[in-house]
Design a protein around this ligand. Structure first.
Ligand SMILES: Nc1ncnc2c1ncn2[C@@H]1O[C@H](COP(=O)(O)OP(=O)(O)O)[C@@H](O)[C@H]1O
Ligand SMILES: [Mg+2]
Length: 282
């Protein structure tokens, strides 16, 4: 079975979707099979993967999958992503569209929070990793993702609100686990990916300094070498880079963009993907 990772933060714009799509690309470059489940009605992950919902050629989306909730039904909604070559072969997606919002009104139905978990049962056995992108909210759609996941991964921009949103996400995972509210007592908090870091900004430097104390150094991403593990200040942070926006807007993996800056970003995600894969498989 795939290792399922739900990506979240209570705050929007921290880079949940960027992290989801760039990690998917990096894992594909490492030969991993990746399923992306888009649980945000904005459908940004679907579009950046070249798989936006097309009303002229409608296919099933996470909205229909969750509405049904039948065991294994998600298999019917999987499609290859729109990226070229090996990426398209290895990265598949269950896309979202805006009407995923309609599932919110069903939150009160008994057992509703388990519908995605049921729908995915047996479906991602042939993948190495399933990434569940979520919206900036702790409400029903994010809870569906968390109920289906093994791990919860926060993405935080190093500013007060970004870190605060990541703390709320971490605490929500802890409390939901304790209270068994998600029916998923095995859910674990994987850690925090720091994104959009800009060392020129004083507030960023301050937050980056505080992060090891806030989350614990082992919950930050590093290259997992003995040297970096012993030195939290060497944690792997994703900087603010134009190539990340360019990849999102042109719907291609960042490594396929021309120029050295894009390659450096792609190399950073290679390291991040190796770090996270080691954590979830150890
Ligand atoms: N490290 C980064 N450098 C530059 N732009 C980024 C970075 N991470 C995200 N972005 C851009 O910031 C915006 C918000 O990111 P997004 O991934 O959509 O956040 P979220 O899914 O958390 O709301 C998008 O336009 C995205 O392309
Ligand atoms: Mg998003």
């Amino acid at each position: 079975m795939a290792v399922r990772i739900a990506v979240g933060n209570h705050k929007g714009g921290s880079g949940k979707t960027a992290t989801t799509t760039l990690l998917a690309a990096a894992w594909a470059e490492q030969g991993k099979r990746v399923l992306v489940v888009d649980m945000d009605p904005q459908g940004n992950a679907s579009r950046r993967l070249g798989s936006a919902f097309d009303p002229n050629h409608p296919t099933l989306t996470t909205s229909e999958v969750v509405r049904s909730g039948e065991t294994g039904v998600a298999a019917q909604a999987i499609r290859p992503c729109g990226w070229p070559g090996q990426y398209g072969e290895l990265v598949h997606v269950i896309p979202a569209r805006f009407d995923l919002d309609n599932r919110l009104s069903e939150a009160g139905v008994v057992g509703a929070v388990l519908r995605l978990a049921n729908a995915l049962e047996g479906v991602d056995d042939d993948y190495d990793i399933t990434l569940l992108d979520s919206q900036p909210s702790m409400a029903h759609l994010t809870q569906l993702a968390l109920a289906a996941a093994h791990w919860a991964l926060a993405v935080a921009d190093p500013e007060y609100d970004g870190v605060d949103g990541a703390i709320r996400f971490r605490d929500f995972v802890r409390d939901a686990k304790t209270l068994r509210g998600l029916g998923n007592p095995d859910l674990r908090f994987l850690g925090v990916v720091v994104n959009r870091a800009d060392a020129r900004v004083g507030a960023h430097r301050y937050q980056l300094d505080q992060l090891p104390a806030t989350f614990g150094a082992d919950l930050l991403t590093t290259d997992s070498t003995p040297e970096t593990l012993a030195a939290p200040e060497l944690a792997l942070h994703i900087p603010e880079r134009a190539a990340i926006k360019d990849a999102a807007d042109t719907e291609i993996p960042v490594r396929l963009l021309p120029g050295a800056p894009a390659r450096l970003v792609a190399d950073l995600y290679t390291r991040l993907a190796l770090c996270l894969f080691a954590k979830v498989t150890r």
